[in-house]
Design a protein around this ligand. Structure first.
Ligand code: SF4
Length: 237
């Protein structure tokens, strides 16, 4: 069931997020040493990116209406995931969201022909996405005072696959119209540097990385815990 128009009025869109790159941090991240002949080129790209970039985000608050063994109902929509269901055990509210580096930077990056420049543009877009995520988090905390928040993202774990993007987008309404993020047939997002998920208040910090055995992931935020699923999410738990 789609969210009602009245409910959609609770959607918060952040479309004017300031974007400025910390150039010292970026140089360090790209392993460029002081005096490198690449610094001027990088500065030129960052200047362009800062002028073009429009990182954006949107979210809304929904109530946790009902729960089953492996599902939760949010705003009339049933989301199937044992892990999400257990993570929302104590929660009364949840916050579906999408944040993006923005179509502007995505299009700009496609105009670059030099491979090194494209790589840098990729990292600059990650900085823009992180900027959007931070702005979203700050706005959400100021508005709703949820306490400690954790997040789940469709596709991070088999238990909540990428197909759940449909639920998430439906809960948010017109994601493309509001922040320019569209979904492909395979449920991936465009621009690629976008993230979707549900944030929820929790007593115990959770990240999907704790349940993900993937090796050598440079985005890992927490060590894999081989016993956690059985201990916290097993059907007898
Ligand atoms: S370890 Fe990497 S792939 Fe696995 S959930 Fe974390 S970020 Fe995603």
């Amino acid at each position: 069931m789609p969210p009602s128009q009245a409910n959609l009025s609770t959607v918060k869109v952040l479309a004017n997020i300031p974007f400025q790159v910390d150039r010292a941090v970026l140089r360090h991240q790209l392993r460029l040493k002081p005096g490198s002949h690449h610094l001027a080129e990088l500065d030129r790209l960052v200047d362009q990116a800062e002028q073009i970039a429009k990182p954006k985000a949107m979210f809304r608050m929904v109530y946790v209406e009902d729960k089953g063994e492996n599902w939760v109902q949010l705003d009339g929509r049933r989301l199937t995931s044992r892990i999400l269901r257990i993570n929302l055990e104590e929660a009364q509210r949840a916050f579906p969201f999408v944040a993006t580096a923005g179509v502007e930077l995505e299009r700009w990056s496609k105009t670059l022909s030099d491979l090194l420049h494209r790589f840098w543009a990729d990292v600059i877009q990650e900085v823009a996405l992180e900027t959007a995520r931070r702005a979203l988090h700050q706005d959400l905390v100021q508005r709703f005072h949820p306490g400690l928040l954790s997040e789940m993202h469709p596709g991070s774990l088999d238990d909540w696959p990428l197909s759940a993007q449909d639920d998430l987008f439906a809960l948010l309404g017109d994601v493309e119209g509001n922040i320019g993020v569209s979904m492909t047939e395979s449920k991936l997002m465009f621009p690629v540097k976008s993230v979707s998920g549900i944030a929820f208040p929790t007593q115990t910090h959770f990240t999907s990385c704790q349940l993900c055995p993937r090796e050598n992931c440079r985005a890992r935020q927490a060590p894999f815990d081989a016993n956690l699923f059985e201990e916290r999410y097993g059907l007898s738990g």
